[in-house]
Design a binder for this molecule. Structure first.
Ligand code: PLP
Length: 473
């Protein structure tokens, strides 16, 4: 049954038609998969096939078994979590990437991949207005980038001794972030051996951004107790509500106490293509590292996380390895990205960025981002003026957070019950997909306005459905 080249060509054509039809029909699927736990697992055979099966049969099963278990992240009715958006140029690039299937661990294993990556990181840096001296590398995810940052910070702060000898037990390193910081920071702290209890989660202010006087207090207190503050993680656009930590103030604190500063802008970083949003990055020159995900809001399909550092040498010194079989004559002349992060093997991720940036142009990307922000502002305005709904403010960029809160309901428990039900009922319709967060103990629904092919009418329709569904509660 092995496929020959001509059959491959035929199926490739057929699948491309399927791909285009998928986007044409995407609204016909329930946005959030409606399958029950175990439903798909049960339908799959326990044993792998002994004999090869025809591609027709495999493809039929894909359609009947797999597709119902897919949540349609690219649907214009998808408003959940953060988007992991893609776009047609990105998909086309991934087809080529999968075809060449190059493993881009070092320059020699595909010079174009390494050099395109370097150039794309330089383009992105210019597009979002980062200082010129930052150097970038593509990581798989922001979680990985943050881990890489903390490991580099740890090594720089301990004069590269933990890499060499392991922890002595006298490091007493302390790290700071806000209570609203993404869970990947805590995960990175655990993996880096820093100890979860040494991650100090500082209280936030009304806007859910870090309270910098509390931050200063925490650092002072640790110093008095003989502990060693070494790193702050600032977030531009928290996952719950897109709260923006005041970078300029945090930068001042980092400067004063000589701390490493990592900036997590995983989602909101894309907004920096619009110069009017760059107030968020005032103080960025103090940052040691910065990450944002083109795979969230910059139309480049997962995975593609742009990680920028000020001190490339420290990064490489933390991660470099040089077994005999990887020695090359070009070392030091070119970038061997295996030394810029954790994994050895690397996908060719720069290609999809190149396709996206060239096909949209900076103008095209900026326009879409601007449209998303405008749509969110418009929706926020409607929610604010609707009776029985409470908008969470400040509303930032393209995330709208709100609650159903009829006038006669006051008890927190009751409000939470209502919103839990509202969310469940909405998602059960299969017509839209939203998720929630908690703000001061109150369940708050989140609507992320970032789908690549989103238009106003989808947002309007969603808002109508939300109001209608709320009335039935
Ligand atoms: C999504 C997100 C992350 C994690 O991103 P991954 O690329 O999935 O690891 C980290 N921080 C923030 C603020 C996020 O929104």
């Amino acid at each position: 049954m092995t496929m020959n080249l001509e059959e491959f060509r035929e199926y490739a054509h057929q699948f491309t038609d399927w791909m285009a039809d998928y986007y044409r029909n995407i609204e016909k699927y329930p946005v959030k998969s409606q399958v029950k736990p175990g439903e798909i697992f049960e339908k799959l055979p326990d044993m792998p096939p002994q004999r090869g099966e025809s591609m027709d049969k495999v493809f039929d099963d894909f359609n009947s078994l797999i597709l119902p278990g897919i949540t349609h992240w690219q649907s214009p009715n998808y408003f959940a979590y953060f988007t992991a958006n893609t776009s047609f140029p990105s998909i086309l690039a991934e087809m080529l990437t999968a075809t060449m299937a190059a493993q881009c661990m070092i320059w020699e294993t595909s010079p174009a991949a390494a050099e395109l990556e370097e150039k794309m990181m330089n383009w992105l840096k210019k597009m979002i207005g980062l200082p010129e001296y930052f150097e970038g590398v593509i990581q798989d995810t922001a979680s990985t980038a943050t881990l890489v940052s903390l490991l580099t910070a740890r090594e720089k702060y301990t004069d590269f001794s933990v890499n060499e000898y392991g922890y002595s037990g006298n490091e007493k390193l302390r790290i700071y972030c806000s209570t609203e910081t993404h869970s990947s920071i805590e995960k990175a702290v655990k993996i880096a051996g820093l100890g979860k209890n040494n991650l100090m989660k500082v209280e936030v202010d009304q806007s859910l951004a870090i309270n910098t006087s509390e931050l200063r207090n925490a650092i002072e207190k640790d110093l008095q107790n003989g502990l060693k503050p070494f790193c702050i993680v600032a977030t531009l656009g928290t996952t719950g509500t897109l709260a923006i930590d005041p970078l300029h103030k945090i930068a001042g604190i980092c400067n004063e106490y000589k701390l490493w500063l990592h900036v997590d802008a995983a989602f909101a970083g894309t907004a920096l293509v619009l110069p009017e949003n760059r107030w968020m990055t005032i103080g960025i020159d103090q940052a040691d590292s910065f990450v944002f995900n083109p795979h969230k809001w910059m139309f480049t399909n997962f995975d593609c996380s742009a990680y920028f550092v000020k001190d490339k040498e420290a990064l490489i010194k933390t991660f470099e390895i040089l077994p005999e079989y990887l020695k090359t004559g070009t070392r030091g002349v070119v970038n061997d990205y295996r030394d810029w992060g954790i994994q050895l093997g690397r996908r060719f991720r720069a290609l999809k960025l190149w396709f996206v940036i060239r096909n949209y142009g900076v103008e095209g990307i900026s326009k879409k981002v601007d449209e998303h922000i405008e749509m969110a502002k418009e929706l926020a305005g409607k929610i604010k003026s609707a009776s029985n709904f409470a908008l969470f403010e400040p509303q930032h960029l393209n995330l709208v957070c709100f609650r159903y809160q009829p006038e006669y309901v006051h008890a927190h428990e009751e409000i939470n019950d209502l919103n839990q039900k509202l969310l469940q009922n909405l998602n059960d319709t299969g017509k839209i997909f939203l998720t929630h967060t908690k703000v001061n103990g109150l369940i708050t629904l989140r609507m992320v306005i970032a789908q690549t092919y989103l238009e106003n009418r989808y947002v309007d329709k969603a808002w109508e459905l939300i109001q209608k569904t709320a009335k039935t509660l």
